[in-house]
Every structure is written in C-alpha cells, then in structure tokens.
Design a protein around this ligand. Sequence first.
Ligand SMILES: [Zn+2]
Length: 162
Amino acid sequence: MQVNLNIQYEHLNSIQDLDIDDQDLLKAAIKATAFSQAKYSKFKVGAAAKLDNEAIVIGFNIENVSHSVTVCAEIALLSNIIINHSQHKIVTLALGYNNLKGHSKTPISPCGHCRQALIEYEQQSSNKIRCILGSLDGEIIIINGISNLLPLAFSNAMFNNA
Ligand SMILES: [Zn+2]
C-alpha cells in the first residue's frame, strides 16, 4: 500500500500581505537578527513567538567556533520561553533572516534539529503552532502546525509501544 502525505501551507508574496499583528511578529523576528551572533557564517536568524498572553518573545542564533556547539534561533527562543514564560503557550512563531550579503528573499525554514524540538514543544503544549516563515523582503510561507513541517516525527509515544 502506498500512502501519500499532503502538506498544506499558505503562500504570500510579501510582508504587506500579512495582517498587522503578523507583520509585527515577523518584524520582531527580523529585528532579532540584529542580536544574532553569527560571526562565522554571517547567516543571521531571528525568531519571534507570540504567546497566548500576547507577549512576544525573541530568540536568535548563537554561533561557536566549534560548529556543533552553535545554537539555532528557534532553540534559543524555546529556551527563553521555557525559562521565562513556562505558563504560556506559543500561538504563532515567526522566523526571519539575512545572509552573508545582508539580504534574504526566500522564506527560511527550520532545520531538522529545530523541527524535532518544535514538534515536541507543540505536542507537550497541545497547541498547534502557526509558523510564519519569512525573509527580509520576499515571499512568505505560513504553515499551520509543526506537524506539517515534520511528518512521521519521532515521538515519545514510541517509548510506550508494546
Ligand atoms: Zn535549527
């Protein structure tokens, strides 16, 4: 039996096509790139989450000369939320970036490591996270739920299988 997976997302041409709250969240993510510590790659990533109490929390990537020590913006964001906002859930997550040339037009997408971290957070919070994947001045993708970014995800439900 062959099974086909369908992933749905929304595609927008620019930040102006978002409603004002989403624009503000993506702008917060883009602003967070200014704090990025990306001295090796110059690939500056910013993340911003709107929580269920309307608070906006940010994260950014932190590179290290030992590359495996590098922390992605999404992981920094999750750490910030888990430490400082543990009673609240992420409603919407926005990601933005700029690259070596200081530009970006293609929507960013979380790496596999971050998808795994985000899906576990999503499952534990029992709340689908809406993701706005952006760039500085290009197209935008909106995905409703991390499960759409990581189908067939590894989960702790497997620990309890007979
Ligand atoms: Zn990552």
